[in-house]
Design a protein around this ligand. Structure first.
Ligand code: SAM
Length: 254
């Protein structure tokens, strides 16, 4: 919205966020909804869905392979099975059980260590039921190979260790498994690091423009000049290859 492109008048911008608390933080003038139901945007939607750090946040199940059969992770209060993790007064354990009723076509046979069907189902739903034409654009931490996928926990903007310790006090997320997604949908139209995607989409021009505004208006001060010069630091953070710049940008044209 800050970029205010020439096409702005032709666009409707809808922010989708499940958490009501987060929705309340959205700025004035933004339409916020809790769910992108097909009915909300109507059939034959033409446009773009941008999922920024969403897929890592959808629920997933840990998987172990026993004699070629997937066993799915469940959490139990310690009864001597699995490896115990201390969580306050409780000892929580991960227990792996077969679930023959569960469709295992989301998994790479014998290799996947996590079942990320919710991420796959979301993309499937967008592609099959929602879009007439457009683009799905995903920014997220992702791994090219299934075996490199790991759980990541966060609290207060820092990594937060074992998922079952202090359950409820941290966000439990996961690297997006590109290999499993690719098995289902074929390769995305494009895949590249976020830093490269931003470079292709003119981040340096925006930074140069910000510097020029600052040079012109710094003397008179004002918020616009400060906002303009803060693009320099923002772009550095977004393009840092050790940080956000190393995230993956995926595009599916539909
Ligand atoms: C890491 S945050 C990213 C937030 C936002 N997209 C951004 O760019 O700042 C992930 C967010 O996804 C939301 N979320 C998780 N599952 C969701 C779902 N099924 N539909 C909508 N939002 C969801 C969570 O509440 C959380 O705020």
């Amino acid at each position: 919205m800050a970029a205010n492109p020439r096409s702005a008048g032709a666009l409707s911008y809808i922010a989708v966020e499940r958490s009501e608390k987060q929705r309340q933080l959205h700025p004035e003038g933004i339409e916020s909804v809790g769910e992108l139901a097909a009915s909300r945007i109507g059939e034959g939607f033409t446009g773009m869905v941008v999922a920024n750090e969403l897929l890592d946040n959808l629920s997933f199940a840990p998987v172990r392979w026993v004699d070629g059969t997937p066993h799915y992770g469940h959490v139990d209060v310690a009864s001597g099975v699995g490896s115990p993790c201390s969580a306050g007064d409780d000892e929580l354990v991960e227990v792996f059980l077969p679930r023959p009723e569960r469709d295992s076509s989301y998994l790479l046979r014998g290799r996947s260590r996590y079942d990320q069907r919710e991420a796959g189902d979301l993309i499937d739903w967008l592609r099959s039921d929602v879009f007439a034409s457009g683009k799905i654009l995903v920014f997220d931490y992702a791994k090219q190979r299934s075996e490199d996928v790991r759980v990541r926990t966060y609290s207060d903007h820092g990594r937060a260790g074992e998922p079952l310790i202090g359950l409820g006090t941290k966000d439990i997320t996961i690297d997006v498994d590109l290999e499993a997604l690719q098995q289902r949908f074929g390769p995305p139209t494009t895949t590249m690091p976020q830093a490269e995607w931003l470079a292709n989409h003119g981040v340096s021009e925006l930074v140069d423009e910000g510097k020029a505004i600052w040079e012109r208006e710094a003397a008179t001060g004002g918020l616009d000049a400060l906002r303009a010069i803060s693009r320099v630091r923002e772009a550095e953070a977004l393009c840092d290859p050790q940080g956000l710049g190393g995230f993956t940008a995926l595009e599916w044209l539909v």
